[in-house]
Design a protein around this ligand. Structure first.
Ligand code: ATP
Ligand code: MG
Length: 138
């Protein structure tokens, strides 16, 4: 069944000129782009987006990294979009990611790991709503 998910092409990817390759990779895996734009997260946005990690030791560095430069935010659609994107992304630490995954190909460290993907359909809906008005998805 068709499902939506949300992705962020993270600052390290944009900085290195990997945006187009990552978008092509996602399209090649059958994702349709419903909405997308470049943006630069504010501190407040990044803190809110990763609020679930606010007690973790890496939280302040994560917020600094996610606000260090522009990102691309996108709403994606395909069947099983959420689990499929997680598989296509690869493990959080690129060193542990399977060959051919986005993080293996383009990530450089557990922090600078190229891409974000929603971890559930519920969070995907929240994250899409955080960046796109419903009129962008019609
Ligand atoms: P994301 O939520 O960005 O898709 P994820 O779900 O694979 O990634 P999370 O556990 O949600 O992983 O961590 C969110 C982000 O925080 C990671 O993608 C990474 O950038 C950073 N991060 C996670 N663990 C660490 C760590 N141990 N040290 C430094 N940064 C980390
Ligand atoms: Mg996560």
């Amino acid at each position: 069944m068709s499902e939506r998910t949300f992705t962020i092409i993270k600052p390290d990817s944009v900085e290195k000129g990997n945006t187009g390759k990552i978008i092509a990779h996602l399209e090649g895996e059958g994702f349709t782009i419903l909405a997308g734009r470049m943006t630069h997260l504010s501190r407040t946005q990044a803190q809110g987006f990763y609020a679930v990690h606010k007690e973790r030791p890496f939280y302040n560095d994560l917020v600094a990294y996610m606000t260090s430069g522009p990102v691309w935010v996108m709403a994606l659609e395909r069947d099983q979009a959420v689990p499929t994107l997680r598989k296509v992304m690869g493990a959080t630490n690129p060193a542990d990611a399977d060959e051919g995954t986005v993080r293996k190909l383009y990530g450089e460290s557990i922090e600078r790991n190229a891409i974000h993907g929603s971890d559930s359909p519920e969070n995907a809906a929240i994250e899409i709503g955080f960046f796109f008005p419903a009129s962008d998805l019609a």
